[in-house]
Design a protein around this ligand. Sequence first.
Ligand code: PEP
Ligand code: MN
Length: 337
Amino acid sequence: MLVVMQEGATELQIQAVIDRLIEMGFDVHRSTGVIHTVLGGVGGKDDFDVGILEVMEGVKEAHRIISPYKLASRVFRPGGTLVKIGDVEIGGPRVVVMAGPCSVESREQIERSAEIAAQGGAQILRGGAFKPRSSPYSFQGLGEEGLKLLHEAARRRGLLVVSEVMESAQIPLLAQYADILQVGARNMQNFNLLRDLGRQRAPVLLKRGISATIEELLLSAEYILAGGNYDVILCERGIRTFETYTRNTMDISAIPIVKKLSHLPMVADPSHGTGRRDKVVPMARAAVAAGADGLLVEVHPDPDHALSDGAQSLLPEQFDDMMRQLRMIAPAVGRTV
Ligand code: PEP
Ligand code: MN
């Protein structure tokens, strides 16, 4: 259920609608926009006369929402969500670049990566300290030590940090060192983790599952939003199809689709999306042209010797070249980089 209040609706009128929704069994989420306050009702029964709400004082319109996700729906916040972290805004006119290695491997490696990211114009340093590897024998990450190194390298250069959280017990530790907590593709439907991320306030980067539909991605976001954490950033990172040439099939169309269905910022990860270094830059260009709010890109000072995802990690000069190209493409679609 969504109730859009009139411009200038009084606090008393808004409260009366909230009380009514609660009486009807809804959990009420309030979104205060510049002009309109929107009230989202979740959980109540949808089989009642919407007119009851429409005739209340101060109500502009009331809608029964049939999509299974409500808080993640564009209707809830027609103007879009801006995730603000310090002076970085995700979902605004600037395309935000998050760059760095797949995994934090050593102090030297992450310091050098941070330098490459910052010099190229990225605003956020990525790097996994807890790695979800397909094989239990592959490098699993440096854990807390890795997070410390990542945080230090980023702060030295004025960058924010994004890093993956694999389970609920890691949330406090991640929140200590990272500005954005990443939920990996393999955990997109770890509903307990999503619920716990909804109960805390650090922004969450939610990656699309390997074989998840767009609706499933938005329903997973809904778990986090329902807990009261509205700082959710979605990420297209390629899906599994019958094509074997690339590691995954980068679903560029998911970008404009999600932007239409949801108010949440949508970023793209062309590194996991293709699995091949030579295909990352073209897909990054395509993602920005398609309206992505940001990019998550793997770059490594020596990718051929990386402990994970070396084949898809850009060489430093390729990263610089990508940034240079994006600075030309972004203005063509009304954005900056
Ligand atoms: C990563 O970002 O390094 C990662 C493991 O991504 P994904 O969850 O998309 O595979
Ligand atoms: Mn990776």
